[in-house]
Design a binder for this molecule. Structure first.
Ligand code: ATP
Ligand code: MG
Length: 425
């Protein structure tokens, strides 16, 4: 992509409305623009990052054996009445009426809809277990939308729902999802903790949250400094414990001491048990030919929230630092004097073509601006590797490789292999 043709409205300063760094940088780097409170447009660069995360999630879900579907976003009241959630969800559920005055809502989560599909289409335990997922826009009329897409009203979620014949099978699927979420977050290069959590309005027996550790996290979690122990303070509060009394104390699992950290909840996995099956009468025939209520699990991951979480964990005073797995482009060719110097333009265009053909996603900054503007923009938008074609190229056919982390080297332009080696490590 040529930078001169890209819709990339970068900003020098942070808009007043943005309180935290990920929101500020998403606006400044031209990733998103606000349409209404908690509702955003994804601009080309932002959408590329979102799609990269979506693809990682999809690949890992498919590998886990889950199957993708797409449920509607507009949902009829009747299904929500069955679980009493038409009332229970309160004002978070955005309700609308059609021209016949029938009630609908915009889907904030899809337990009722998938359970209805399964009870009508799956008859025997032999067809189980099933794990069905979608990657879809959700709407929750949050009481306090804030921090840009971190807590939006409209956001992208991967939600999946497992149907199992018994508790053991549910436990197995639950653990598979737990491992899958670990793989997803590892691939995105995030540091995270898995904490015991409150199940909230989704309900169920027990749940765990995946927290990306970051200063601007909205959740307070107690973690052990030398084991995997982690618990959300919301759960402690519910149980009458006091989080401050845990600070610096020995961890309840007997390993290490407790530290209090802030975390961004990016994923939540639930063992629902039979609650939805009971209220919606969802059963299959078991091995004795008897109707048996289904055990369910549900597993959500905030695809759009992950974009903000990744920025919160990786930035500096120049801008965003993308992990290579989710960067909108792999390489930016900074061509100095592109419009004036034919030699520079020809060399940059050839490099652009070659790298594209090798399978990299490449930006070519062909704008009239000087080096200062171009490198500033590139650092702001966080591209992992810059290749500068400028004065040194004219002098002795050398280009500068400049990584987002500050490392740099001069290389002969024909030495593409070095370019790639440099990029790999
Ligand atoms: P929170 O406590 O942050 O409101 P939740 O517990 O209501 O989250 P779930 O119902 O478990 O969220 O949804 C699954 C995932 O969807 C969350 O882990 C989070 O990553 C994401 N998510 C939930 N609400 C929002 C939102 N308003 N904006 C962006 N992502 C969200
Ligand atoms: Mg919520």
């Amino acid at each position: 992509m040529l930078v001169s043709k890209l819709l990339l409205p970068t900003l020098k300063d942070s808009p007043q409305e943005a309180e935290i760094v990920s929101h500020q940088l998403m606006l400044r780097a031209g990733l998103i623009r606000k349409v209404a409170s908690g509702i955003y447009t994804w601009l080309p660069l932002g959408l590329k990052v979102l799609k990269k995360i979506e693809n990682i999630v999809r690949e890992e879900m498919d590998l886990s054996g889950a199957q993708e579907v797409c449920m509607p976003m507009v949902l009829p009241r009747e299904l929500w009445e069955e679980t009493n959630r038409w009332e229970k969800m309160g004002p978070e559920l955005l309700r609308i009426k059609d021209r016949h005055n029938r009630d609908f809502c915009l889907g904030p989560t899809h337990e009722e809809i998938i359970t209805d599909i399964i009870r009508n289409n799956v008859k025997s335990y032999k067809e189980l277990p099933l794990n069905i997922y979608q990657i879809q826009t959700k709407f929750r009329d949050e009481v306090r939308p804030r921090y840009g897409i971190m807590r939006g009203r409209e956001f992208l979620m991967k939600d999946s729902y497992s149907f199992n014949i018994d508790e053991e099978s549910l436990q197995e699927t639950y653990l598979t999802m737990r491992e899958t979420y670990k793989k997803i977050l590892d691939r995105i290069g995030l540091e995270y903790k898995i904490s015991r959590a409150d199940s909230g309005s989704i309900g169920g027996d027990s749940s765990e949250e995946f927290h990306v550790l970051a200063e601007n996290g909205e959740d307070i979690i107690a973690i052990s400094d030398s084991s995997e122990f982690a618990v959300n303070s919301e759960l402690l509060l519910k149980d009458g414990e006091d989080i401050s009394s845990l600070e610096g104390k020995p961890s309840p699992d007997g390993q290490g001491t407790i530290q209090i950290k802030k975390g961004i909840e990016v994923g939540h996995i639930f063992k629902l048990g039979k609650i939805y099956a009971e209220s919606m009468k969802a059963s299959v025939l078991d091995s004795n030919g008897k109707a048996s209520l289904l055990y369910m699990g549900c597993y959500g991951i905030g695809v759009s929230r992950l974009v903000a979480a990744a920025i919160e964990q990786n930035y500096d005073d120049k801008g965003i630092i993308w992990h290579h797995s989710i960067s909108p482009f792999d390489i930016n060719i900074i061509s100095i004097g592109h419009d004036k110097n034919k030699e520079i333009a020809t060399a940059s265009n050839k490099l652009y073509k070659d790298l594209n053909e090798m399978g990299y996603s490449v930006l070519l900054d062909d704008r009239k601006d000087g080096y200062g503007t171009k490198i500033k923009d590139s650092e702001l938008i966080g591209i992992p590797l810059n290749i500068v074609v400028g004065k040194k190229f004219l002098e002795n056919k050398e280009i500068e490789l400049l990584r987002r982390n500050g490392d740099s080297s001069m290389n002969p332009i024909d030495d593409v292999k070095t370019i790639l080696d440099f990029f790999k490590d």
